[in-house]
Design a binder for this molecule. Structure first.
Ligand code: PMV
Length: 321
């Protein structure tokens, strides 16, 4: 690979979980959609410093790594990605410079870690003229996700790699969803960083301490997801919104909401959103609101007034995402 690397650039999107986070870890279904307007870009170039094996740069970051010496425990997910790529593709460690340019807030439940890995995997394949089919890229991203999350369900890597709305279960994988009617999501950032790994571990402890009660909540979330699939496919955003709000209440019972998430959920609903909930690991990060198109400005303003530090928009429609 070293001899023939050329410059290449690739990208991957952010994602949000519409319904079913946390329960998906225990085998229940969940629905996730890509956020194609929020992306991370990875650029791979032949290394101008041939004495160093791998050079990684980013905003204010420049480090050198030898991918073959990187372990699963290493903090350096980028070098680990390169190592897994070389193993999977049976190529020698590349002598390249990697530059990551991410527009996705980190530690906010938007899948920034999985998106970085997906973009880098694609860029490495392009740079070395290797075909990397999506199912292999998905395996690669899942492996790196384990480093970030411990026991990931696999939903983040799947929605990010395929960049389509998906219905996902751990046992059966993903189904691509048909979107009956396009719908608008506003995504609001609490500004509170939170680690998915911690929230997932706390839900596990809750499940051990109160198995019956917790299992009931997880299973109720699973039922909402089944109904939500129907609402999405038949084009009933109002129904979908109310299912999302119910899902938020169940996530509160799992203790993964936060005061600021609850404030933003309430503000969105009071301003006319059809429904709102936290999205992802919770305890901070981002929430989502399903908003009638004509109320977009009002709900966005209400979210900022209630303390959101950023509000993104995305329209979910079949085939375009
Ligand atoms: O990466 P996050 O914060 O969007 O969380 C992923 C969703 C969880 O269900 C909480 C964890 C998982 O692996 O599915």
């Amino acid at each position: 690979m070293n001899g023939n690397v050329r410059a290449a650039r690739a990208s991957a999107p952010a994602k949000v979980i519409l319904l079913g986070e946390h329960a998906v870890v225990y085998g229940f279904p969940a629905i996730a959609v890509p956020v194609s307007s929020l992306r991370v870009f990875a650029e791979v170039k032949p290394n101008p410093h041939p004495d160093r094996e791998l050079r990684i740069t980013g905003a204010g970051l420049e480090l050198y790594s030898v991918p073959s010496s990187v372990s699963e425990q290493a903090d350096d997910a980028l070098a680990y990605t390169v190592r897994l790529f070389t193993q999977m593709m049976s190529v020698p460690p590349p002598n390249v410079t990697i530059t990551i340019d991410s527009h996705i807030p980190i530690a906010g439940g938007l899948g920034s870690g999985a998106a970085v890995t997906a973009a880098l995997g694609r860029a490495l394949a392009l740079a070395s003229d290797i075909s990397l089919p999506d199912h292999l890229l998905n395996d690669l991203v899942y492996e790196v996700e384990k480093m970030h999350h411990g026991t990931p369900s696999g939903i983040d890597n799947t929605v990010i790699v395929y960049e389509r709305p998906i219905y996902f279960t751990r046992s059966a994988g993903y189904d691509l969803l048909t979107i009956g009617t396009p719908f608008l999501l506003l995504i609001a950032d609490t500004g509170e960083k939170s680690l998915t790994r911690t929230a997932v571990a706390d839900v596990r402890r809750l499940r051990e301490a109160s198995p019956n009660r917790t299992e009931k909540v997880l299973s109720a979330i699973g039922d909402l997801v089944t109904q939500a699939r129907q609402a999405i496919e038949s084009g009933d955003p109002q129904k979908l919104g109310s299912l999302m709000t119910e899902n938020h209440e169940l996530l509160c019972e799992l203790t993964v909401s936060s005061q600021q998430l609850d404030i933003l959920v309430k503000a969105a609903r009071q301003a006319g959103a059809w429904g709102a909930k936290l999205s992802g690991g919770g305890r901070g990060g981002n929430m989502i609101a399903l908003v009638p198109f004509d109320l977009e400005d009002a709900v966005r303003q209400a979210l900022y007034d209630a303390g959101a530090v950023r509000v993104f928009r995305t329209v979910i429609e079949s085939g375009l995402n």
